[in-house]
Ligand binder design. Sequence first.
Ligand code: FAD
Length: 561
Amino acid sequence: MPDPISDTPFTQHEGQSNNSSAHDNKDLLIMGGGLAGLTLAIQVKQAHADIPITVLERQQHPVDEAAHKVGESTVELATYYLSEVLGLKQHLDEAQLPKLGLRFFFRPNPEIAEQDRFKNTLEIGAKTLPHSASYQLDRGILENYLAEKAQALGVNFIDGAKVTEVSIGKRTKHHHVKYVSREGSATQATPYWLVDACSRRSPLKRLQGLKKNNNHDVNAAWFRINAKLDLNTLAGQTLANNEAGPARWFSTNHLMGKGYWVWFIPLASGSTSIGIVADEHLHPFDTYNTFDAAMTWLRLHEPVIADFIQPYRGNLQDFRVLRHFSHDCEQVYSSDRWFLSGEAGAFLDPFYSPGSDLIAISNTFITAMIKADKENDAFAQTTVVFDRFYLSMIRNTLPIYQNRYEMFDHATVMPVKIAWDFAVYWSFTAFLFIQDRMNNASELLKLLRYFEDMGRKNEQLQSLFSEWARKAPNQSTATYIDPFDIPELDVLNKGLCQDLNADDFEHQLRKNLALLDGMHNDIIGIVQRDFPMLVSNTVDHQPGSISTLLDRIGYHTAVTA
Ligand SMILES: Cc1cc2nc3c(=O)[nH]c(=O)nc-3n(C[C@H](O)[C@H](O)[C@H](O)COP(=O)(O)OP(=O)(O)OC[C@H]3O[C@@H](n4cnc5c(N)ncnc54)[C@H](O)[C@@H]3O)c2cc1C
């Protein structure tokens, strides 16, 4: 096969010379114009109108609506980023769907008849739109819009351009990037700052051998159906608890089972996105890696859902799979002026829809690093702090998912885990970002101690959840839980968008951490009372909202039976 690079003479990238003096005019090249690349281009351009920015995107635009990419559900942090930091609120309100939070359906016990899966269910999910908004994104609609918006701001967006070769310029030397345009001509660019936002294909990560295994072996398959498959009307049944009613359609619905979860996400284009995410050890990938296999798998594990989808087989828009998608990374930012963003860096698990949060955080760090370099303001130290914070955040979050899929069907311990995971997210990560505390490396350094303490506490608790689930009866009552009836969650969610000055912020952060300590004490106290052998450091148990939650779902009756 002809090599497009060696067989075609190079033209110089427009606006550049091959001379390092070109860096008097410092420019940014972003490889990959998906969610991470396009949002970064907009963010940097809005902060530094004078920086020339080019985005190279392999696919030609406009891209398809509905059946474009995975990554449709956003949570509070990414919503703040898209609507407030980038100023896209009008697009989100007018062209995307509002989201009624994350919603989970459990079988109250493993013996429940499958046809009653949605009649006698334990459901966790909000009944009204939460105080802090979030959206369901049709990725095709969004990326077409982002590309137009970036170009309107002056970004040079080149679609149909495939990056074929990269070399890094160490210290002050410029980088070299070769790409082939949609017409087939080979071009060389020599940018000052280089961002790799090519997702899992990441040329920079491969070049430097930065990919790191994280021993979280999960796979996914997903497809879009061109119809509204509303769980609320499931197979002619009415859901047992109607408080959320038709609004359930707007949630990211999780159908929970041992070793897996199945998502239902509504899209603004009118389609429904459905996906299976499962642990390889409990559900081997080859049992659901084609559409026919996935339907057979659903018939076995979620028969009501298989019956629900069956009449719409003719409306299938796509079918995609991703094996071993969870990965860590050795380094994401360098003072040699290269940065990774989005899935090109690290990605753990989509269970709580954190992918676009990671993009928001990473892009905000990259924008701050470019500013530090441009203004000669401690650039090297800034890259070290942000790199450490980002990777420590990834590693502190991993225990939420790693080795937990085995307990995903547990109808009493999982609700407690979900309450704890929501509380950690709203009290710390989302809170810091929405309060604009993640764009300054020295401010962030002061918070690293809290962050690493929280990481240790979380890791211990996540292991305890698994051990507890192995001992406690998997038996709850069929009922409906609105997470905002748990007082801590209501307070933390409402607190995200408060207008806080520096003193108020410190005060609020300490209050958030105290709320978490209270929940932590309650969880440890319950386990120590019921399964003392699982707890090494005993606590003076103060029953609180977790005890109340467990009363509501019938845990105490089951555990003492
Ligand atoms: C199963 C699963 C479910 C997920 N669900 C969610 C979710 O619900 N919510 C969420 O926030 N996140 C989710 N994610 C994460 C989600 O994928 C990310 O949020 C987001 O899509 C990643 O954006 P990105 O820009 O890194 O990658 P992409 O959007 O894939 O963009 C990468 C771009 O790089 C381009 N490219 C690749 N190679 C080259 C090349 N050589 N030259 C030029 N261009 C190139 C590609 O064409 C592509 O457009 C999920 C991930 C998985 C695996």
